[in-house]
Write a protein that binds this ligand. Sequence first.
Ligand code: UD1
Length: 372
Amino acid sequence: MSEIDAVLVIGARPQLIKSAPLIKEILSRHKWIRLRIVHSGQHYDPEMSKVFFRELEIPSPSVNLHAGSGSHAMQTATIMKRLEGPLLEANPDLVLVPGDTNTTLAASLTATKLHIPVAHIEAGLRSGDMTMPEEINRRLTDHCSTMLFAPTQTAMSNLRREGLGKIAHLTGDTMVDALETVLPIVRVRESAVLDRYGLQPQHYVLVTLHRPSNVDDLKKLREIQLSLKKVASRLRIVFPVHPRTRARLVKLGHLKTPRNSRITHASPKGYIETLCLLENAGCLLTDSGGMQKEAFMLHVPCVTLRSTTEWPETLARGANRLVTDPKRIPRAVLDAALDETVRKRIKRLRNPFGDGHASVRIVKIIKSNLGC
Ligand code: UD1
């Protein structure tokens, strides 16, 4: 079997989760792929990056580009400038890019300009909302890739509609692979995690918010906080706060919650602790893409503070509800959390995200496409 060189470019928290099962599959069973991992440095705080390397047993990257934060143009351009040299040096047969972050777009553009084939993991997602930076990133990445790995049938249909069907493959979602790998650990640790926060299963709401459309507008963020207070009069809230959101809440003076507050603002959590908190929550309130899906797979009702979702499958039978007006949060969250039948309905739904073997399929397709 002929060997190939591949470079995987990651850098933001969700990309680490999406890549971990593929990295494991390649390193443990496919020595013919010489894999190098490049970290863009988009996420640099230990709780946004290092903890995921440790928990998901991802080997240290061979290069860190330390691109850090900045405007979209600045961040994307910095990653591109700093990635070109390492790609020229590695001269790989393939560049692998997961997800839809600025790192994803920067890496796919840099590789394409160097005529290096690009494989996109989690291809074909569409929210239809071009004001979302991720929608721009995923569309452009798909259109300059040479191999597309779609997580769902819906994603495959989107790619076919855009004329990309010939290079698209339905693999399932690598986040299912990742979730299944850590679930046994989650089950062992969850009661200790709940004890630490003084929580009862299903008697609290987990909140994660970080989209610019929700947190950059201080007026909207103030309304969201007001709604969370209303929810907290009925159910405890645990809110691990993303650094972007933290900066805005500090400006509003909303992080100084009193000791006996029923809202716990916490630092961003690692993968396992997040899943412990999610699996036992009465409801998830989020604007994350990945967490809508994780809630669905763990049968937790979800309310998404957005007008669109790139995971329309999660909307089946009220498992996930889209809410745009922050004033509607209390009703939506309490209805979802306090109505036992929602959870039962979700349990009966088919999981459209795959069978936990997406990474195995991805490697097989790479092998046959590159003629190894
Ligand atoms: C990025 C992704 C988003 C993904 C999210 C997961 C893009 C366009 N967005 O959003 O798709 O859902 O990651 O978390 O790529 N910051 C820190 N420490 C860090 C990283 C960031 O303090 O380690 C702060 C900085 O002030 C920075 C802000 O967070 O300006 C936003 O970070 P950035 O990487 O630009 O985007 P995210 O909001 O994290």
